[in-house]
Ligand binder design. Structure first.
Ligand SMILES: [Zn+2]
Length: 93
C-alpha cells in the first residue's frame, strides 16, 4: 500500500522559478505516479488531487485515513527544489 503525496498546493505554491510553480508540477508528478502504480496493481491514494491547501498536519492524517499507519504504508512526498526533483519516502508509524 502507498500514498502518493503532491506537495504544496492552494495558497502554498512551493518554489516559483523560471515560470514554473512547484505545486502544479508536483501534482502532475503525483498523478503520473498514481496512474503508474495503478497500472502495476499497487494500491495507492493521493492526499490531494487538485489545487488544494493542506496544512502539514493534514497530509499524514489524510494518508492514515486511507490505510492506517501500519508497517506496510509508505508516504511518498514529491518536491521540485533548486537542485531538481526530490522524492522522499516516509513511514507513518
Ligand atoms: Zn517543495
Amino acid at each position: 500500500m502507498g500514498n502518493s503525496v503532491s506537495s504544496h498546493g492552494g495558497t502554498d505554491p512551493g518554489t516559483i522559478a523560471n515560470g514554473i510553480t512547484e505545486k502544479d508540477y508536483t501534482l502532475k508528478i503525483s498523478q503520473y505516479m498514481h496512474e503508474r502504480l495503478n497500472d502495476l496493481g499497487i494500491e495507492n491514494s493521493m492526499t490531494r488531487t487538485s489545487d488544494e491547501t493542506l496544512s502539514p498536519s493534514v497530509r499524514p492524517d489524510r494518508a492514515q485515513s486511507f490505510y492506517g499507519k501500519g508497517n506496510d504504508v509508505i508516504l511518498v512526498s514529491n518536491h521540485i527544489n533548486a537542485g531538481g526533483a526530490e522524492v522522499s519516502l516516509h513511514m507513518l508509524n
